[in-house]
Design a protein around this ligand. Structure first.
Ligand code: SAM
Length: 330
């Protein structure tokens, strides 16, 4: 089967990584995302959403797709009182989200939620099933997953036309044997959301880069697995037990948004959060920490120190701060 079909089954099918009772995106889970690191991430997006609402007026709703534990929504709603919806494929995550948004506003399919307003997706696109193309001569072959007597193995066949076309358009400069994750589902998803909201903005936050920036990573490709906060084994070894992910090709994401008629901005996470005032929050917390040190309230001081460390992680230019944010407005 093509790799995207394998990824669909391994992540979302019966026994899939996101299909069971475990909530994956939290400290006790398998990976830690920005909203799980600090509530200030969601709070900054609360400020963003408030601005967008002031710009757009009513009707207005906020939809988070792939909302995980609801940590982004919780921070956001603390800052901005708005009609909020959560879309999640994972039953464990939906269960948790029911504690964060109003009854009836946690849904499995985004078609049941999208409307005029803002849509946010943090670390969703890197989890959407993708095909894998390999540069051969002037064209592309595709990696498929085959069952070899009970053991899964990669085999190469000529690429399906849509896969080859996508790779031609968005691979950037490539050499013989280079590997390109073909994120057709991600680009279709962008088009679908923008068409469905009609008026509003779509915010996509993820790891990844532009096609040109991804060039040095093409020799091996960027596909990888995660388990218990560490890089995991080859994706074929334990399907269902590991997350499968790859760097998002933001050139393709932006092209899909422009194609759908959107005005598009690309930011780094550290710059985006700074513009929304996160560095001012840091200055304020540092002043409070100093006052608490003077007054001798050590417990409260340590709490603020820990908040500052977490915010530092969001802004770290070699860590979460290097994530990219696309804002697409229609
Ligand atoms: C890496 S987690 C990120 C969770 C959360 N956004 C966060 O930042 O902590 C990706 C989430 O997207 C969900 N997901 C994947 N495909 C989806 C889809 N098509 N619609 C809704 N949720 C989806 C998964 O179930 C998973 O919970």
């Amino acid at each position: 089967m093509p790799f995207d079909e394998f990824m669909e089954r391994a992540l979302y099918g019966p026994g899939g990584f996101f299909a069971g009772d475990e909530l994956r995106s939290e400290k006790a889970g398998d990976f830690l995302t920005s909203p799980e690191v600090s509530p200030w991430f969601g709070r900054m997006f609360g400020r963003f959403v408030a601005r967008e609402r002031a710009r757009l007026g009513e009707p207005f709703r906020l939809v988070e797709v792939g909302a995980g534990s609801g940590s982004l929504l919780a921070g956001l709603l603390a800052e901005c009182d708005v009609e909020a919806w959560a879309v999640e494929r994972s039953p464990a995550a939906r269960h948790r989200l029911a504690q964060v948004v109003a009854p009836g506003r946690v849904v499995e399919e985004m078609g049941d939620a999208l409307g005029r307003g803002v849509v946010i997706a943090n670390e969703l696109l890197d989890n959407l099933p993708m095909a894998i193309a390999v540069r051969r001569g002037d064209g592309w072959s595709e990696q498929l997953v085959a069952d070899r007597g009970g053991t899964l193995a990669i085999v190469e066949e000529p690429a399906r036309p849509a896969v080859g076309e996508w790779a031609d358009q968005f691979s950037g400069p490539v050499e013989e044997g280079d590997i390109v994750e073909v994120q057709l589902q991600a680009t279709r998803w962008v088009a679908e959301v923008l068409a469905a909201i009609g008026t509003g903005s779509l915010v996509i936050i993820d790891y990844g880069a532009t096609a040109e920036e991804l060039e040095p990573r093409r020799a091996k490709g960027t596909l990888r697995t995660y388990r218990s906060h560490h890089l995991g084994p080859d994706p074929l070894l334990e399907p269902g037990a590991t997350d499968i992910t790859a760097d998002v090709n933001f050139t393709a994401v932006m092209a899909a948004a422009r194609e759908a008629g959107a005005a598009v901005e690309l930011h780094r996470q550290d710059d985006f959060l700074s513009e929304l005032g996160l560095r001012d929050v840091v200055s304020q917390l540092r002043r409070e920490e100093l006052d608490l040190a003077r007054s001798g309230d050590e417990l409260a001081r340590l709490k603020i120190r820990s908040d500052l460390t977490d915010i530092g992680a969001l802004l770290n230019p070699r860590g979460l701060g290097d994530f990219r944010i696309v804002v697409a407005r229609v």
